[in-house]
Design a protein around this ligand. Structure first.
Ligand SMILES: Cc1ncc(COP(=O)(O)O)c(C=O)c1O
Length: 290
């Protein structure tokens, strides 16, 4: 791990120990916001299209979970896909009856875009997904050619770019993808525990959101009652940016989330406080919350 990464991590942990986790999070907010901008630049996107998540696998599965698959729906993928992604497809097959089909390879290796076109032309195709640089073969698949096919067929396109980001130039516009997942721990030389997901404006405008939201990924106008009793997600508005898919600690919005919380929406820390006989968050001095 490069020295600047180690120093940034240990410095943050030291601030947490010295002033508390929420305060350290607030203090780091400008740098977290800047990170969204910088990651956007890495893939040629705006900060609003970036979600910081735990790793590439989580980014990938968050993207897959944004689809309301029905039995008989299809995912088109390739023959050189990352095993965790394959396991996600197997799980979807078992739980939702989703069929995964694999495009043929070219004689020289790598997916044949013509085969993707043929398979993805099926009317039940909901998603095309590909590992750009699969794990251990040195293969680089033609992600842009598959993007062209997906765009032409108007099928959403997800790229696992875990091993491409940091090694190859990445431009989501040229790739024509709707989602692109990657990790911090490989060629970006970051630590384990950080990855990201790019989400296209097209998907954001469609209202795509992951299966499991949390209160930092969505605005909930309820008053602390369980989601179901408020009419489920019908009353829940996913936040407008890709950050609705981000890991809670990485959204750089802790102050605003707490402001919303104080304004009367969901107040988990209030509830915790009441249970322990202390006063609510408006009145409590910050150190009471650690
Ligand atoms: C192509 C590909 N995708 C995904 C992953 C998983 O990355 P992470 O550990 O960040 O989930 C790897 C890791 O080796 C990989 O090679």
């Amino acid at each position: 791990m490069p020295q600047p990464v180690l120093l940034a991590l240990t410095a943050h942990l030291e601030r947490e120990a010295a002033i508390g986790a929420y305060e350290a999070e607030d203090e780091a907010e400008p740098r977290v916001r800047e990170t969204y901008e910088l990651l956007g630049r890495v893939v040629g996107a705006a900060a609003r299209n970036m979600a910081i998540v735990e790793n590439a696998t989580v980014g990938f599965s968050q993207a897959v979970s944004a689809f309301d698959f029905r039995p008989g729906d299809r995912i088109v993928t390739t023959r050189a896909d990352y095993p965790s992604n394959q396991l996600t497809y197997l799980s979807l097959a078992r739980r939702a009856g989703v069929e995964t089909v694999r495009a043929d390879d070219l004689p020289e290796g790598g997916v044949d875009p013509a085969s993707v076109r043929q398979l993805a032309s099926h009317p039940r195709t909901r998603l095309v997904a590909l590992s750009w640089v699969p794990t251990n073969s040195g293969l680089v698949q033609d992600a842009a050619a598959v993007g062209e096919v997906s765009t032409e067929l108007r099928v959403p396109y997800l790229i696992d770019a875990c091993q491409a980001v940091g090694q190859l130039p990445v431009d989501v516009g040229a790739l024509r993808c709707d989602f692109l997942a990657a990790t911090g721990r490989k060629f970006l030389r970051g630590p384990r525990g950080i990855g990201f997901l790019y989400v296209s404006d097209r998907m954001l405008e469609r209202g795509a959101f992951p299966l499991f939201l949390d209160m930092r990924g969505a605005d909930w106008p309820g008053s602390g009652r369980p989601l179901q009793s408020r009419g489920g997600l019908g009353r829940t508005r996913a936040r407008p940016q890709a950050r609705r898919l981000a890991a809670p600690a990485a959204r750089g919005d802790s102050r605003s989330a707490r402001a919303r919380s104080r304004a009367g929406a969901v107040r988990p820390r209030d509830r915790r406080c009441r249970r322990s006989g202390r006063r609510g968050s408006q009145a409590a001095a910050p150190p009471a919350w650690h």
